[in-house]
Design a protein around this ligand. Structure first.
Ligand code: PLP
Length: 425
């Protein structure tokens, strides 16, 4: 099949002149299979169109923000109405109070809310509040977990001073003994334990939280007067209508939110319990766009949809349909997938593929059939998807498996060598 990417290729060339390496961060296609488009023209519902007009059924959902479909009319109308009335002003709109009430009403552990722009803002505030609350410095984090792109947490070492990473001790997710050892090492300086709601690290299988691990994290914080922080920026509202750790019966003191909470409009949030209300009030936290009213209006509408519809059960059912369809298709071709984590937040890797060569081949073949998958990052089921969308993806995957089976031995993707130089592992 022919593949024309001319407009995209042209833009990539122009970008290389005026944007470092043409693109940076998580949306750079530098580490994706060949021919993944870098630039897009349009997004509507569950579809993306690249600048050359090719359409994709999108399982990345903007890397998380797209929960109810791109350009959802009701949510965007709320955004536009507030935009016309007043957005970035000298002070916040009344919608800020309404949104804080809605978040606190939905999330059982939360007594208060603060709003910001990016997930990194929220996780960084959580870190500062825990230190302010305890008067201690050391935080205990899961090895390999992503908490944002600030010097204290970015996964790349470049530009980071050793001091930026001071006062951090690491444990292995779901491993109670290693958590206990990290807490012992922190000693009487423990300010907080950070936890991802599920293990959703890149390149490795996802893991659901072992309830014993989550409960132990809570106990260790209680014993030592430290705060438990759950970073729900990615999984928030994808797994539950409450904190994701409500599923294991553990309440954090602080939780960070972002991505899906306003269906793509720029806003994030930090929620907290009364115990650290004063500590939250006395850090200096602000930003020029943190109080913009229009994204808050979009978030308020998104929360109402979360509270009042069966979106969660539907996305879970669609996720299971995808998982089962892909497993059956792989088996028909004598192949196997490793599909890990919750079906509605799937990580899908080809089994027996240490170099990722098969995964790169398979996802590239899917992309050329109009299905946007990722070879090593978890994906998202959009609530606007239908069973027909899932079946379309499974059919494309079936054709891609057939090609993979016929391809024989494959060489390791050259791009990954570059990545190993950049990554901190
Ligand atoms: C994306 C993400 C962040 C950072 O959010 P940004 O909006 O990109 O700053 C933090 N934690 C987790 C778990 C994330 O997935």
């Amino acid at each position: 099949m022919s593949w024309t990417n001319s407009k995209n290729t042209d833009l990539v060339e122009r970008a290389q002149a005026v944007i470092p390496m043409g693109m940076y961060g998580h949306q750079s296609v530098l580490l994706l299979p060949d021919d993944y488009p870098q630039f897009f023209r349009r997004a509507k519902g569950v579809h993306l169109w690249d600048v050359d007009g090719n359409r994709y059924l999108d399982f990345l959902c903007g890397y998380g923000p797209n929960l109810f479909g791109y350009g959802d009319p009701e949510i965007d109308d709320a955004y536009i109405a507030q935009l016309r009335e007043g957005d970035t002003m000298t002070g916040p709109g009344e919608v800020m109070v309404e949104l804080a009430e809605a978040m606190v009403g939905l999330i059982a552990h939360a007594d208060w809310a603060m709003f910001c722009k990016n997930g990194t803002d929220a996780t960084t505030m959580a870190l500062m509040i825990a230190r302010n609350h305890t008067g201690r410095n050391t935080v205990v984090l899961a090895r390999g977990a992503y908490h944002g792109a600030a010097p204290w947490c970015t996964p790349l070492k470049k530009g980071v001073a050793p001091g930026d990473r001071a006062n951090q001790v690491f444990y292995d997710y779901n491993d109670v003994e290693s958590l206990e050892a990290a807490v012992r090492e922190a000693g009487d300086d423990l300010a907080a334990i950070f936890a991802s709601p599920i293990k959703h690290d890149t390149f490795v299988d996802q893991e659901l939280p072992d309830p014993a691990y989550a409960r132990r994290a809570r106990e260790l914080c209680d014993e030592r007067g430290a705060l438990l922080i759950v970073d729900d920026v990615r999984a928030g509202f994808r797994l539950a209508r409450d904190s994701s750790w409500s599923l294991v019966g553990v309440k954090p003191d602080l939780s960070s939110w972002g991505k899906a909470i306003a269906n793509g409009h720029p806003i994030s949030a930090l929620l907290g319990a009364d115990i650290c209300r004063m500590a939250a009030a006395t850090i200096y936290a602000t930003g020029s766009y943190w109080f913009s009213a229009a994204p808050m209006a979009a978030a308020l509408k998104t929360l109402a949809r979360i509270r009042d519809t069966d979106y969660l059960e539907r996305t879970q059912a669609l996720g299971r349909r995808l998982r089962e369809g892909l497993d059956e298709s792989a088996a028909r071709h004598g192949l196997a997938l490793r599909q890990t984590g919750p079906a509605e937040l799937p990580l899908i890797m080809v089994d027996d593929d240490p170099t990722l060569a098969k995964g790169y081949f398979w996802t590239q073949a899917l992309m050329k059939r109009g299905v946007y998958f990722h070879p090593w990052h978890n994906m998202f089921i959009c609530a606007a998807m239908t069973e027909a969308d899932i079946d379309f993806a499974v059919e494309a995957a079936d054709e891609a498996f057939k090609l993979l089976k016929a391809a024989g031995p494959l060489e390791a993707p050259a791009k990954l060598g570059f990545m190993n130089q950049m990554l901190d592992h």
